[in-house]
Design a protein around this ligand. Structure first.
Ligand code: IPE
Ligand code: IPE
Ligand code: MG
Length: 254
């Protein structure tokens, strides 16, 4: 096929550069603790320190949006004591870090189902979002009680309600308008998804939004993940050539 027959390379970016949106599946807390003969909960506590490190580093590297997968819908299937600890850790994180995040111009959004969260936790989440709403620095998105399929079903339900209410015509439901019903409506799609601990799966994370994300699977367990590991992932991303189904500029225009 001659180059003339190839489609226009619209949207093809030759160098990936710094990702605008990085999403991280924070995995490996339990194994980190297990290797040390400690209870899993201590791995989760240690993992909170990594959260602080990574938030700071994302800001320094000029990343606009950082999404962290903190608790999945499927994590309710863990022992009750571990679930309680994970709930307690979010409370603890908001209590201890919110003032600093407000000061550091971080804007917080929590995505995921809210119906099954405790009232006091909901209140804290709304407070964190409210107090940082005016900030315009790093967007920190916490995926809590989040599941990609659940988010899609909730979005579909909202779209169906809009159709039933007569505010949306079925033919106007497009990829673009559907995106507005997702929890992530305000955010660009993730450019880079990192999963720590060496697991090679996405575990129901940002299913719609990651259609064209680049992936990185460092073997490091989350509590050990530091600025240098983050930089390695960013450097790896910078070498990727994103195509979005088109062809590289160099081939399309030799
Ligand atoms: C990730 O660490 C934290 C959450 C899922 C909340 P894990 O608890 O999944 O740790 P591993 O995978 O058992 O090592
Ligand atoms: C994904 O990790 C969820 C979070 C990091 C919050 P899991 O450890 O729960 O995923 P699986 O069970 O290994 O797929
Ligand atoms: Mg895990």
């Amino acid at each position: 096929m001659s180059n003339a027959a190839l489609p226009e390379p619209d949207g093809v970016e030759p160098a990936a550069g710094v990702p605008r949106h990085v999403a991280i599946i924070m995995d490996g807390n339990g194994r980190w603790a297990g290797k040390r003969g400690l209870p899993r909960t201590l791995g989760h506590r240690k993992g909170v320190e990594t959260v602080r490190r990574v938030v700071r580093h994302a800001g320094e590297r000029g990343i606009a949006v950082l999404t962290l997968f903190a608790f999945s819908r499927e994590n309710w299937n863990r022992p009750r004591s571990e679930v309680s600890e994970l709930m307690a850790l979010l409370r603890h994180f908001i209590r201890s870090d919110l003032d600093d995040l407000v000061k550091n111009n971080v804007k917080i959004t929590v995505i995921g189902g809210r119906a099954d969260l405790a009232d006091d936790l909901l209140q804290m989440i709304e407070d964190a979002e409210g107090r940082t709403a005016g900030n315009d620095g790093l967007e920190l998105v916490l995926a809590f009680n989040y599941g990609g399929r659940d988010e899609l079903v909730r979005a579909a339900r909202r779209a169906a309600e809009a159709v039933a209410a007569g505010t949306l015509a079925p033919q106007d439901l497009t990829e673009e308008t559907f995106t507005r019903f997702l929890d992530t409506a305000r955010f660009p799609d993730p450019d880079l998804v990192i999963r720590t601990s060496g697991e090679l799966r996405i575990s129901n994370f940002l299913l719609w939004q990651s259609a064209y994300a680049e992936y990185c699977f460092p073997a490091t367990l989350w509590p050990d993940f530091d600025a240098s590991h983050f930089d390695e992932a960013l450097a790896d991303y910078a070498t990727r050539q994103r195509r979005f189904g088109a062809v590289p500029v160099s081939i399309a225009k030799p």
